[in-house]
Design a binder for this molecule. Structure first.
Ligand SMILES: [Zn+2]
Length: 277
C-alpha cells in the first residue's frame, strides 16, 4: 500500500495513495485541525516552541546538555518525557484527535541514550523497582503509549527511530517494539534522505526492521522523502523496499505531488497483475 504524509490540507484531501498521514502537531509547535479520513500525526515530546519558551522543561543529558534545537545532533527541542503536566496535555490532545480517527505518534521516546537526568527523572528512577535505567526509561515510554491507546478510538501508529540493530531502540529511546505491540497497530520508520544519491542504506535498514518486527502482531510502514529526488530513482527504491514493508508513505508537498503520483503509478504498473473478479 502507498500513501502520503503532508501538512497541506488540500493535498491531504485530494492527494495520491490509499492512506494519508496529516501533521496535526509538528515538532516546531504548529498545530492543525484534524482531517476526517486522515491519520493525525502528533509530535509527542518534540516541541521546539515549548522548549524555547520554557527551557527548564527540556530533557537533560547526563553531562547536563539540554535537548534544545541548538544542541549537537538535535534538530528540535524535546521536553522531558516524565514532565507530568506536559504528558497530561499531550494525552488530552491525543484524545481529542483520536476521537475523529487514527493517530500516529512521532518523536516518541527519550531524545538519546544519555537522557533524561533531570532531578525528577533521577528521583523517579531511584523510587522505581526497575533493574536499570534502560528498563525504567522503557517502562516510562510503554506506559505512555498504553495511555495514548486507551484514548484513541481508531488505530494507534508509533514512529520508531531508524535503528533496527537489536537492543538499540531500547537503549537510545526507551522504545521496545514487543512491549508496544499490544497498544499499536503499525510501526512507522522514517528513512529519509535528500535525493537518495545512494540507496543501499535504506534497503539495509528496511530489511533489518522487517526482521526485527516480523514476529510481532503489527504492520510495518516506511516513510520516504520526496525532495530533490528523481522519480525513476524513487520508483526503483520503492520496488527495492516493497517486499520488506506493508506500506510506503511519502513525505509530500504540493511541489512534489506530481512525483509521488508518477512513482505510485509506475510501481503499480510493474506489479504482477491481479486477476480481475
Ligand atoms: Zn527528565
Amino acid at each position: 500500500m502507498y500513501g502520503i504524509l503532508t501538512d497541506d490540507p488540500e493535498l491531504a484531501r485530494t492527494g495520491p495513495g490509499e492512506v494519508t498521514h496529516f501533521f496535526a502537531e509538528y515538532v516546531d509547535g504548529t498545530r492543525n485541525e484534524p482531517l476526517e479520513g486522515a491519520i493525525s500525526s502528533v509530535s509527542c515530546w518534540g516541541d521546539t516552541k515549548t522548549v524555547r519558551d520554557e527551557p527548564g522543561r527540556a530533557a537533560v543529558a547526563a553531562d547536563g546538555t539540554r535537548a534544545t534545537p541548538d544542541a549537537e545532533g538535535h534538530h528540535w527541542g524535546t521536553v522531558c518525557p516524565t514532565d507530568p503536566d506536559y504528558r497530561a496535555a499531550v494525552l488530552e490532545r491525543i484524545e481529542r484527535l483520536g476521537a475523529t480517527g487514527d493517530v500516529r505518534l512521532t518523536t516518541l521516546g527519550f531524545p538519546g541514550a544519555s537522557f533524561c537526568h533531570c532531578d525528577r527523572c533521577d528521583r523517579e528512577f531511584e523510587a522505581s523497582d526497575a533493574t536499570d535505567r534502560t528498563a525504567w526509561r522503557t517502562d516510562v515510554i510503554t506506559d505512555f503509549v498504553a495511555d495514548a491507546a486507551a484514548r484513541v478510538s481508531g488505530e494507534l501508529l508509533a514512529t520508531l527511530y531508524p535503528d533496527p540493530y537489536p537492543g538499540n531502540l531500547r537503549e537510545r529511546a526507551g522504545l521496545d517494539p514487543e512491549a508496544l505491540t499490544p497498544h499499536v497497530s503499525e510501526f512507522v520508520v522514517p528513512l529519509c534522505g535528500a535525493g537518495y544519491g545512494t540507496t543501499y542504506w535504506v534497503e539495509s535498514l528496511a530489511r533489518g526492521f522487517a526482521r526485527e518486527l516480523e514476529d510481532l502482531d503489527a504492520t510495518f510502514a516506511i516513510q520516504l522523502s520526496t525532495t530533490d529526488v528523481d522519480p525513476d530513482r524513487l520508483a526503483g527504491l520503492t520496488r527495492q523496499l516493497d517486499s520488506h514493508a506493508d506500506t510506503i508513505v511519502y513525505g509530500t508537498y504540493p511541489e512534489t505531488e506530481a512525483v509521488v503520483r508518477d512513482v505510485i503509478r509506475s510501481v503499480g504498473e510493474t506489479e504482477a497483475p491481479t486477476p480481475s473478479a
